[in-house]
Structure formats: structure tokens, C-alpha cells
Design a protein around this ligand. Structure first.
Ligand SMILES: [Zn+2]
Length: 84
């Protein structure tokens, strides 16, 4: 099963590289040199990178969100996030 690597959460670059260490792997952004967590299993390194990417993006969205955001919309957005 091929896992897609999400673009860099810091610079939005899709130019990502998988670095192989002695007993682990990590995703590295070739543009800003951000490095994902090192995992022994390659798929986990990618999954954790993707997870951080999503979390950081949702935090950035949260910051840009207007102050008059309604609670009902927030609940809908949260349940949508849980499903992803
Ligand atoms: Zn980057």
C-alpha cells in the first residue's frame, strides 16, 4: 500500500526526501530542511510526518479563523477532523 507524503507544513513544499539512518527513517523537506520524526518502520515515519503536517496545518487554520466563529461550526469542524 503506497502512502502519500503530505507537503511540508512549514513551507508547503512538496519536495520531500526520505532519509535513511542506521536503523530508522525520517521524512526531510528539501526546501526548508524540516525533519520529521525518526521511525524504525518507514511507513510509520511517513504516517507521523503526515500526522504532524495535519496538526500544524489545523493550528495555522485556527489562527487565521475570524473571531466570530460560531460554536456549531466548530463542532462540525471538530467531528470532521476526527473522521480524518
Ligand atoms: Zn519545508
Amino acid at each position: 500500500m503506497a502512502t502519500l507524503i503530505e507537503s511540508c507544513p512549514f513551507c508547503n513544499s512538496g519536495h520531500l526526501h526520505i532519509a535513511h539512518h542506521l536503523i530508522s527513517h525520517s521524512v526531510v523537506c528539501q526546501n526548508c530542511k524540516s525533519k520529521g520524526p525518526q521511525r524504525r518502520v518507514l511507513a510509520e515515519a511517513v504516517l507521523d510526518w503526515n500526522h504532524s503536517s495535519r496538526v500544524l496545518r489545523s493550528i495555522q487554520r485556527e489562527k487565521m479563523r475570524p473571531a466570530q466563529f460560531k460554536p456549531q461550526q466548530r463542532a462540525a469542524a471538530d467531528s470532521e477532523r476526527l473522521m480524518n
